[in-house]
Design a binder for this molecule. Sequence first.
Ligand SMILES: [Fe+2]
Length: 262
Amino acid sequence: MIRTTPVRDRSRRSVGTRAGRSTHHASPDGGYARRDADPTGPTPARRLRLLHPMNRYALPDLRYDYGALEPHVSGRIMQLHHDKHHAGYVKGANDALEQLDDARRKSDFTRLAALERALAFNLSGHILHSLFWQNLAPKGAPRPEGPLSDALVEHFGSFEAFQRQLMQTASTIMGSGWAALIWEPVGGRLLTTQIYDHQSNLAQAGIPLMVLDAWEHAYYLQYENRKAEFFQAVWNVWDWQDIGDRFAEAREVRIALVGAEG
Ligand SMILES: [Fe+2]
């Protein structure tokens, strides 16, 4: 058994709290607006601190042991994936921010396009991996319940049809990427999508709810070239409570495109 990773807080974070995800969705600079602002939400000062250009991203702890997802995902893969690959994206995002800040101070924007590409790649990698870890749980339920279950039936026809579609999305990625279930807030619908690398091909304003890492580093050590087996095995460890919580919160997001809604 792989050793336990240090855990700062194993408790499930509450939805819509000051420390939860809503602070990001509620940020006026994030392009989203909540329909009903939470009066207990972040203060202006906290928002300013969140948006400070020198703010640093951090590698979140796993909420379970490296080996807790075995036999479906090996502890060694989880250890390398989290401690090396994910940590690398966190460092890359912070490095890009620092270099952008330096460029502004020097008024030297000759590398701006490259720095923005680096930030988009690494920050998206950080966000997707953070989401992936929280989408998973050692004893996953076989399928969702409640509003998410109803919505999957509404938008895909059945849970099995959604499952087949997401598997096809994952297995047909060319190169490195992710398969994702997203909430598209303009049309108000669930969609699956391929994400190329970490940052491309996602519809603007689409909110990832559930992501499946299809990069080789996610499975090759255990499954070698049999990636379809990995994509199948992951269905034993989805945390449907987490995904359902994200769906409930994403449905509240409005981006105020009057006349464009589906
Ligand atoms: Fe990954």
